[in-house]
Write a protein that binds this ligand. Structure first.
Ligand SMILES: [Zn+2]
Length: 508
């Protein structure tokens, strides 16, 4: 059974997770890296598989816009954003005009991608969960049960927390920062807080002290819980019953374990069905959004068509790493080839997993036939000057865009070629028989033939002059491209202006 169907089978059979509410989340602290797409797609697949079994389900995506900025991403102006360190992301201006705030800008950049690849969860902003008052009952729970929460932390991390540690942080009413404040007392109505000057290394607190209500509402937000406590609180506030996370959160003693204990012992809320999943590695490395290395999710839209981005994720089991490195010579072309094979399996109705993978990689309800021309061939066609009509005729314009981008950004040198305006230096190395062959080939250009027949004719001409295939074709490549290799010769010649080729073949 295909992995998605297996997970859904398990969820449904257990009878424990109704009503089905699938949820995923991300802090938009900068450009969201490609790895986060895996979570979105996995949850989307579970959600849709539930629907297709006739179950009722919901799928939400939470953007944690109230988290503080703890670092300035390398691609932003450090001086401009440093003053905002420690402040919640929704209070920081967007780096690009036209967005309400910092969090909204990076969330939109990420949402654009997951919408494009067919995942359209309902968006929830954590700030709104607070400002709507939904978190208040649980804020009271965790403050009233602060000793239980401390105990859970102690059990988990084997480290005693001070008795005046509380699982809540106020936004400082004086400086607006949240990373610097701490609550040291709770009387059932008000918390006593301090904005500690040296609480964190990367920004300073202002020293403010006082008492305040920890409850948000009426459109206002006054503070937040630490993330690991807030996670289960969010489950309860929304009603989440299914939520996976990357393996870093899901490891033993990790944040999911702590969140689960808080859910059970403090909030009395059942732990949602967990789906631990592996990362997407780029060139063997896990990428970080804040450091700006690697590939942002939104970059993927230039590298692959949406259905192939989905395919890349759908085809790998949740517990297996996905390695994706577009700069490796064959990564992209192989992915396109595999996609075409999956399509074949699907249209043959062979009932295989790969057919199901193809089906689940489609965007929307329509199943699209992919082109039958291979990506490697297309990558050659887009480099030939007169192949546009052929590309159009075969409905390849969509994939051709990705082929051009691949040639420009990732293709190894031996995949690239340019027809030279002048006779290449290297053409001087041609033997007399190679030159003779070129002249005879030039004489055949005007005869109407299919590229296949013309390719054979070229080979035969060379043979009649005592040349092997390699020598014959090298003559063509050297005189046109200045390299001794290239795309299929007949197609290359026929894609060019006939007079230009005839002149070149007689001039060399
Ligand atoms: Zn302060």
């Amino acid at each position: 059974m295909f992995w998605v169907d297996q997970i859904v089978e398990q969820i449904v059979k257990s009878g424990k997770y109704k009503p089905y509410w699938v949820d995923d989340m991300k802090t938009p602290s900068g450009r969201v890296h490609v790895g986060a797409l895996r979570g979105v797609v996995i949850h989307d697949l579970i959600y849709k598989a539930l629907l297709s079994r006739g179950e009722k389900a919901k799928y939400t995506y939470v953007f944690e816009d109230h988290d503080p900025m703890d670092d300035v991403p390398s691609y932003l102006d450090r001086e401009k954003f440093e003053p905002f360190l420690g402040m919640p992301l929704f209070k920081i201006p967007s780096p690009v005009e036209g967005y309400e705030n910092y969090a909204r800008y990076y969330a939109a950049d990420f949402q654009k991608v997951f919408n494009a690849i067919g995942s359209t969860p309902e968006i929830i902003w954590t700030k709104d969960l607070y400002t709507n008052g939904l978190m208040n009952p649980m804020i009271k729970d965790v403050l009233d049960n602060a000793s239980k929460v401390r105990k859970i932390y102690e059990e988990m991390y084997d480290k005693k927390l001070p008795d005046d540690w509380y699982p809540f942080q106020l936004y400082c009413p004086n400086c607006g920062k949240v990373s610097t404040t701490q609550v040291i007392d709770w009387d059932g109505k008000l918390v006593t807080f301090e904005c500690v000057v040296d609480k964190v290394k990367w920004t300073k607190g202002c020293g403010e002290k006082g008492k305040a209500s920890p409850f948000s509402g009426d459109g206002k937000i006054v503070g937040k819980m630490p993330w690991k406590v807030e996670w289960p609180v969010k489950w309860k506030a929304i009603g989440v019953t299914i939520e996976g996370a990357g393996k870093d959160h899901m490891s033993k003693g990790g944040s999911h374990d702590l969140a689960s204990e808080v859910a059970k012992r403090v909030l009395n809320y059942p732990v949602p069905f967990p789906i631990p999943y592996e990362w997407i590695l780029i060139g063997g490395r896990k990428m970080s959004s804040s450091r700006g290395v690697g590939i942002a999710a939104s970059d993927m839209l230039e590298i692959l068509p949406p259905e192939l981005i989905r395919f890349l994720i759908v085809r790998i089991k949740v517990n297996t790493q996905i390695n994706f490195d577009p700069s490796e010579p064959n990564t992209i072309a192989n992915l396109f080839d595999d996609y075409q094979k999956a399509a074949d399996a699907y249209f043959k109705k062979d009932g295989s997993d790969i057919a199901r993978i193809f089906e689940l990689s489609q965007i929307g309800d329509q199943i699209k036939h992919p082109p039958s021309v291979r990506f490697s061939v297309l990558a050659q066609w887009v480099q030939m000057p007169n192949m546009e009509p052929e590309i159009k005729k075969n409905n390849l314009e969509d994939w051709a865009t990705y082929a051009r981008n691949w040639i420009e950004k990732y293709a190894p040198e031996n995949e690239k070629f340019t027809v030279q305006k002048n006779i290449p230096q290297k053409a001087k190395e041609l033997s007399d028989n190679q030159r003779k062959a070129l002249r005879q080939i030039a004489n055949e250009i005007d005869n109407k033939r299919s590229p296949e027949d013309f390719q054979i004719k070229i080979y035969d001409i060379g043979k009649s002059l005592g040349l092997n295939g390699k020598e014959t074709f090298a003559a063509i490549y050297l005189s046109l491209l200045g390299k001794d290799y290239g795309p299929k010769a007949a197609w290359l010649i026929l894609s060019l202006d006939k007079e230009f080729v005839k002149k070149r073949f007689s001039d060399v």
